[in-house]
Structure formats: C-alpha cells, structure tokens
Design a protein around this ligand. Structure first.
Ligand SMILES: NC(=O)C1=CN([C@@H]2O[C@H](COP(=O)(O)OP(=O)(O)OC[C@H]3O[C@@H](n4cnc5c(N)ncnc54)[C@H](O)[C@@H]3O)[C@@H](O)[C@H]2O)C=CC1
Ligand SMILES: CC(=O)N[C@@H]1[C@@H](OP(=O)(O)OP(=O)(O)OC[C@H]2O[C@@H](n3ccc(=O)[nH]c3=O)[C@H](O)[C@@H]2O)O[C@H](C(=O)O)[C@@H](O)[C@@H]1O
Length: 531
C-alpha cells in the first residue's frame, strides 16, 4: 500500500497502536518497523510518520480510530482521506469490488477480502472479474497498480490490519425461503477476531430488519471480547444497480446510514461523505436503515407484480396493456413498473422473505406479489403453447429456443432468473429446449433444463418457438429470418415455417414475419418477412 502522508498537522486523532498493515513509501520501498506503517503519536495526540520524529520516539504501526475518539467528524474525514484509516471490504463481487475501488480512490488504503481465490488473484493482477461495469476495469487496474487497493483471501488478516470493516457478502434465502445469513455470520466472526477498540463495522449487504442490532453486534462482542460502545457498528445499505455501480456509489443518490449508537452513525456519515457526492442521510438507528433498503425492494416487487397481473388481462381487454401503463404513468403519482416473464436476481425476489419469514406479523400483500411474479414463467410458456398450437405444433413436439438466461440484460447473474423456471416448464411439457446467453459460460448453466448453444448454432436448428426472456444487447442484431430456415430434409411441420415468438420484454422491434406474442402487449401476427 502507498505510504500514508503524515497527518501531524494537528488532526489530534488518537492512534491505535497495533500492527496494522504493510506500507510502502512513495517510491514503493517498504517502510521499516514492525511490518507495518510506522506512525508515532506525540504527546499532543498528533500523528506522524516515524521518520518525522526523533529516534527516541517509539515507532508503532498504527492507524486512526474511526470510533469513540469524541473528535469531530471533520477530523475523521480528513484522517480518512489522508489514508490513515485502513479499510477492509469483505466481499468483492458485483457490488463489493466497485465499492472497494471507490474507497481506494479516496483513501489509497483498501484491503479487499474474498473467499474465492480466483477473485483475489484476478484483482491482485489488476484485472476485473465483474463484467460490463463502465469504468471499473480501468479503476481497478489503476488503483491496484498504485498500491491503493489490495486483495486477500484471509478475512482475519484483514480484520487485524484494518479499522473500518465494510461487509458486502451475499445474503441469499434457503430452499425453505428463509433468510440465509450464514455467509454474513462467517464474515462477522472473522472480523470479530481482529476487532480493536475504536474500529467501525459497516454492514452494506441487505439483511432482515433487526439483524445489525440483534445478530451482528452481539456476534462482534462475543468473538472480539469487546463490549458495545468500544467499537462502532452501522447499517449502510448498498442501493446500487449493476451496470452503473461506480456512478451510483459515487453519488447517484444519497447514502443512508444508521448506527447502533449516535457515535456509530456520525462516524459512518463522516466516512461515506468522503465518497458520495450526493451526501448522506442519517436515520434513527440501524434497524431503520435496514428497513429503508428492504422497503425499496419490497416496493419494487409489489409494483412489478401489479404490472404483471395487469399484463394477464391483455387478451381479455384486447389492448396493449403496456401502452395503458405508459400513459397512466404520465400522472406524477403513478409509476407502474413493467410486466415481463418473471422477476429474478438475488435481491428483489429474495427481500420479501426477509420480512415474511422472520417475523410473526402476516404479510399477505408481499406473499401475493411473490406468487404473481413467480407465476409469470408459466404464463409465458402458456402463451408459447397457444401460439404453437395455432400453427399446428404441439409444445411437446416443439424445439424451443430461450434467449437470455441471466436475470436481466448485461448482468452476469442467474440466481432466480425467470429462464430457469421457463426452461423447466418447457422441458416438463416435452419440448426440446435450447438456450443462448452471451454472458454465460457453459459451466454456468447446470441450473437450466436446456442445452446451451450459440446464436449461430441456433440458426441451424429447426426452431419452432422462441422465448425472448432477457434482451441482452447482442440480441438486437438477431436476423429473425435466419431462425427456423426452410429445411427440405425436415418433416413438413418444420418446412418453410417461422418460429412462434414470445417477447418477454417488449423488445422485438418491428415486423419479423412471425406470430409474435408480447407479454403485456398481446398477439402481433406478422405476414411475410422483413428483407
Ligand atoms: N447485486 C446487486 O445489484 C446488489 C446487491 N446488494 C447486496 O450486496 C450483497 C452482495 O451482492 P453481490 O455483490 O451482487 O454478490 P456477488 O455474488 O456478486 O459477490 C459476492 C462476493 O462475496 C464473496 N464471498 C462470499 N462469502 C464471503 C465471505 N465469507 N467473506 C468474503 N467474501 C465472501 C463471493 O466469493 C463473491 O465474490 C448482496 O447480499 C445484496 O444484498 C445490494 C445492492 C445491489
Ligand atoms: C429498488 C430497486 O430499484 N432496486 C434495484 C434492484 O436492482 P436489480 O439488479 O435487482 O434489478 P431490477 O431492475 O430490480 O430487476 C430485478 C428483476 O425484476 C425484473 N423487472 C424489473 C423492473 C420491472 O419494471 N419489471 C421487471 O420485471 C427484471 O427483469 C429482473 O429480473 O435491486 C438492487 C439490490 O438491492 O440488489 C438495488 O440496489 C437496485 O437499486
């Protein structure tokens, strides 16, 4: 890591005298001392590099305490920006890596932690495993080469060396649809082993309400032996979307922070104000902050369920429901989301269970919304079945192509992807199912009941039906006339036919010479082929 500029100009920050981390001086040499940054603390509390002081001053590796110093937030901000507050980020995935890189932009002093050695090796090489995040490849390469960002597979080492601990690991649900916080527990346990008085733990991964106060804080006390009040804990939800992570983290909207005590809230605020241009909203406590995050997701799931339920009326209404939704949304108080073939990802479909499962209070609306959204894959397959039968092909005899297997375009994530249920529904109906996704490798696909192929290979198959689930940008170039090409050597059922298409997201533009059913838009029976 780069050396720390002296902060002897009287920030008056207390210094924890522990061996924090290996530092290098400006020309890349290693700083002497007990394997760490040599910083001394003068009697007046100012802090400076060991070589700033006379030899009589005992040099100790140290960093600045982010919590419990009683000093102003401004001094903590200055110390943070000066790089004397080493930050560990636990979880270097779609969210954690951009976050670590943005912190490294500000502090030059970030140690990322991931249990996946491939992730760590990739980052240590200055490369980026997170795809299609604008600017992230370059930022990771530059910050790693500058020594501002390192990665390790050893969470306990990171806990020992750092004083701000940011946790952004997966928080999935179990097969029984209950929150699975085992990964969070493991990260917190590791942090506890290296927690020092004055450290600050910032939980960013989405959790059920009350997790920070009732689970994280007690676990940190138990594993560190420290008592609450000697270290800080705050919940600071990650509100970012994949595909725009750097923009969001840097300040597309305010950061929310809520601590287990006022000092934790103040310290968290000071730190996030250094990276978020839109500022920080502090809330009453950690549980309120947890609810802010979960409520955002619950609103989205319920809203999408409304759009999906309205889409099921399309045929009976005899209209384009999407058109009606778009016009209804011209009212400022109306914001009906978009219908589609289902709701995927490890966030929106999971968050309702963070409220439904752990609490006694009934949540019929959340459960109903989940049921509506989970019914859309079957609704989508039923529309394909209807279209095939209208052209004399039984679904059980059909060869079907599923376009787009990740949960949304441009994001390499398959958890709860609608295509999983769609492929399973098709296969159980007896169809022969193929799938195309430009973002996935063949070994990502065991969750799907289909055969993965390239789009080029699909053009050589006698495709009877296509379901466009996830409209990756690569699909904009599809020449629909190439699909289901005339085949002299095929049974007449396949000859000179065009596949029936179900357009899950309303992205199949213009006439393609096929019967097209758009979820929320209805049947578009096209005559002839575009050239
Ligand atoms: N993906 C998204 O759009 C958003 C996700 N979130 C929240 O952030 C959390 C992380 O999400 P993603 O980054 O998308 O997940 P991800 O699956 O892309 O990455 C998680 C990373 O954590 C690592 N990991 C697992 N266990 C670990 C441990 N014990 N210690 C250190 N690293 C460990 C994994 O190897 C993986 O690299 C989620 O739980 C979610 O609640 C919040 C907002 C947006
Ligand atoms: C409230 C909100 O907008 N949350 C965002 C959401 O992002 P996420 O990556 O999960 O994608 P998403 O756009 O919500 O899509 C989730 C799923 O829902 C589907 N979807 C989305 C919007 C819509 O109108 N209709 C619809 O069917 C998508 O196709 C996808 O399968 O969840 C993220 C998270 O919390 O992980 C969060 O940070 C993001 O800001």
């Amino acid at each position: 890591m780069t050396d720390r500029r002296s902060i002897a100009e009287g920030d008056g920050l207390e210094v924890a005298d522990t061996d924090r981390f290996e530092a290098t001086d400006t020309d890349g040499g290693s700083v002497d001392g007990a394997g760490g940054l040599e910083v001394t603390e003068a009697d007046d509390g100012t802090v400076g590099r060991a070589d700033d002081r006379d030899s009589s001053t005992e040099s100790t590796a140290a960093s600045t305490r982010p919590y419990g110093t009683g000093r102003s937030s401004e001094r903590l901000r200055r110390a943070f920006v000066s790089g004397s507050v080493p930050v560990a980020v636990y979880g270097l995935g779609k969210m954690g890596l951009p976050l670590a890189a943005v912190f490294a932009e500000t502090t030059d002093n970030v140690l990322g932690v991931d249990i996946d050695p491939n992730v760590v090796a990739t980052i240590q090489a200055g490369d980026c495993h997170v795809k299609r995040e604008p600017g992230l490849d370059e930022l990771v390469a530059e910050r790693v080469s500058a020594g501002a960002l390192e990665a390790t597979t050893n969470p306990r080492e990171a806990a020992r060396r750092c004083s701000v601990h940011v946790v952004i690991v997966p928080t999935p649900i179990t097969d029984e649809r209950a929150p699975d916080l085992s990964i969070l527990d493991a990260a917190i346990e590791a942090i506890g082993t290296g927690l020092d008085p004055g450290d600050l733990v910032l939980v960013e991964c989405t959790v059920p309400p009350r997790t920070t106060s009732d689970r994280v804080l007690p676990a940190l006390e138990a594993t560190s032996g420290l008592s609450r009040g000697s270290f800080g804990v705050a919940f600071c939800p990650e509100r970012t979307s994949s595909g725009r992570a750097l923009e969001d983290i840097r300040g597309a909207y305010p950061k929310v922070v809520g601590g287990v005590d006022a000092e934790s809230t103040a310290a968290a605020r000071a730190i996030y104000e250094t990276i978020n241009d839109e500022g920080v909203i502090t809330v009453s406590d950690a549980t309120t902050a947890e609810c802010v995050k979960v409520f955002e997701g619950l609103y989205r799931d319920v809203n999408i369920a409304l759009a999906n339920e309205l889409a099921t009326f399309t045929d009976e209404f005899g209209i384009d429901v999407r058109e009606a939704i778009d016009v209804a949304n011209t009212q400022p108080y109306c914001d009906i989301h978009e219908p589609g073939p289902g709701v995927g990802g490890h966030c929106i479909p999971f968050y309702p269970y963070f409220v439904i499962a752990p609490f006694e209070t009934d949540a019929p609306l959340l459960e109903t919304a989940r049921a509506v959204n989970d019914s859309m894959p079957a609704f989508t397959v039923a529309k394909l079945r209807d279209g095939l039968e209208a052209e004399g092909t039984a679904l059980s005899d059909a060869t079907v192509l599923v376009l787009g297997l990740t949960y949304r375009p441009g994001v390499e994530e398959i958890r709860a992807s609608p295509s999983i249920d769609i492929a399973a529904e098709l296969a159980s109906a007896g169809a022969t199912v193929y799938g195309v996704d430009p973002m996935l490798e063949s070994d990502d696909l065991e969750a799907f009941d289909l055969e993965a192929i390239s789009l080029e290979a699909a053009c050589d198959l006698p495709i009877d039906g296509v379901i466009l689930v996830t409209p990756h940008e690569e699909f904009d170039e599809i020449r629909w006339a190439d699909l289901g090409t005339d085949r002299e050597d095929e049974p007449s059922a396949h000859r000179d036919h065009r596949p029936v298409v179900v357009d899950g997201r309303g992205t199949v533009a213009g006439p393609i010479g096929s019967r097209v059913y758009e979820i929320g838009g209805g049947v578009r029976e096209e005559q002839g082929w575009d050239s």
